[in-house]
Design a protein around this ligand. Structure first.
Ligand code: ZN
Length: 376
């Protein structure tokens, strides 16, 4: 049994507890939470300088793209980035698997306990079976031609069932509005079952997505035409909202990026921000004043568009570009992601949960200068 205390305990179910104490058993389960250091356990307390918070939830990652780290440096814009990701198969299997292993280790070191991970393959399955971290696997589909749609679904079902047969959460999900035909969207909706909790969809990552749907023009429109995409993609939809309403009748949706989302477009869906990836590809981040603080999550995206998998680094960018308090930033990093992804044991310090424990110190001059240590 351990008794952990720091200057403040951020339980994320109440205001921070000054000198609070967390009693944790040897499996990491929270046995009790005390708002004072005096008591029969007083001589057993491990006292840290800084604050204690639950383990972080990385709500959006593509672990299987980790081997692309660094190759898209100096990329100019979203279309160029997409063409670089298309080179993902030009690497040996051992290089891909090594990169996955190292990336997971990096997340562990950075106090992450669970991940919303986008998969186009089963490359990450071996690593995930070690259960070092908990994953919600989003099996990503995209297809811009109706002819292939049934094959795409078949392939996605196989991948989904490989994850599910290993007792992991897995849901087939559309990549983005601009990359999935209406027919494929309806197939995805139809095969959704009661094991699914959430869809995760890339949304308004580039302004060209807005231009495509609003004016039928722009780089993304040109690119889709160049790959002979069916015009149904941009003709059958006026705006994203009608599509989201259809999905929302089935499950919650996590909309990822939202770099070019306006306040009027915000719905009661979950939103995930990946600011470092946005800066990497588009040199722009979302307007943080538009989001509901109870529905905002944070992710790292993949190492193809980021130099690290660190939630604290993402938070430091959000902190510099918003009015969020430390308590609000930690809700985004822990509680909201756990709720969206359905990880009931994580996200807050509550008796009976096993959320992991992170120590953040030296944060007074901003999270950018802080130190992070994983305690449990
Ligand atoms: Zn992504």
């Amino acid at each position: 049994m351990r008794f952990l205390s720091a200057d403040y305990l951020f339980t994320l179910t109440s205001e921070p507890l000054k000198n609070g104490v967390l009693q944790v058993n040897n499996t990491g389960e929270i046995i009790n939470i005390f708002n004072t250091r005096s008591g029969s356990f007083a001589d057993k307390i491990e006292i840290y300088s800084g604050i204690l918070c639950p383990g972080f939830i990385n709500s959006h990652c593509h672990l299987e793209l980790s081997h692309l780290k660094g190759i898209s440096n100096n990329v100019k814009g979203f279309s160029e980035f997409l063409s670089i990701v298309n080179q993902r198969d030009d690497f040996s299997k051992s290089k891909i698997l090594d990169a996955i292993k190292n990336a997971e280790e990096e997340m562990l070191q950075n106090g992450i306990v669970a991940v919303g991970d986008v998969c186009n393959t089963t490359d990450t399955l071996i690593q995930k079976k070690a259960r070092n971290l908990l994953y919600y696997n989003f099996i990503e589909t995209f297809e811009v031609s109706d002819v292939e749609a049934d094959n795409v679904i078949e392939k996605s079902l196989n991948i989904r069932d490989m994850f599910r047969s290993n007792d992991m959460k897995a849901t087939i999900t559309p990549h983005a509005l601009y990359s999935v035909l209406p027919y494929l969207m309806s197939r995805i909706l139809k095969i959704s079952d009661d094991k699914d909790i959430l869809f995760s969809i890339h949304n308004q990552e580039t302004n060209n997505e807005n231009k495509l749907f609003l004016n039928k023009e722009g780089d993304l429109c040109d690119w889709l035409k160049s790959i002979k995409a069916s015009p149904e993609i941009w003709h059958k939809r006026d705006a994203s909202n009608s599509f989201f309403k259809e999905f929302k009748t089935k499950k919650d949706i996590l909309l990822v990026h939202n770099t070019y989302t306006s306040k009027q477009e915000i719905t009661d869906n979950y939103y995930c921000t990946c600011p470092k990836a946005n800066l990497f590809i588009e040199q722009k981040i979302p307007d943080y004043s538009i989001f509901n603080i109870d529905r905002l999550c944070v992710g790292t995206d993949s190492l193809a568009s980021n130099d690290s998998l660190s939630i604290i680094s993402e938070l430091s960018i959000i902190q510099k570009n918003s009015d969020f308090t430390l308590q609000e930033l930690l809700k985004i990093a822990c509680k909201n992601g756990a709720k969206a992804l359905g990880f009931k044991d994580f996200g807050t310090f509550e008796i009976g949960k096993k959320p992991g424990v992170n120590l953040i110190s030296n944060f007074e001059l901003g999270l950018e200068k802080s130190d992070l240590k994983k305690i449990i």
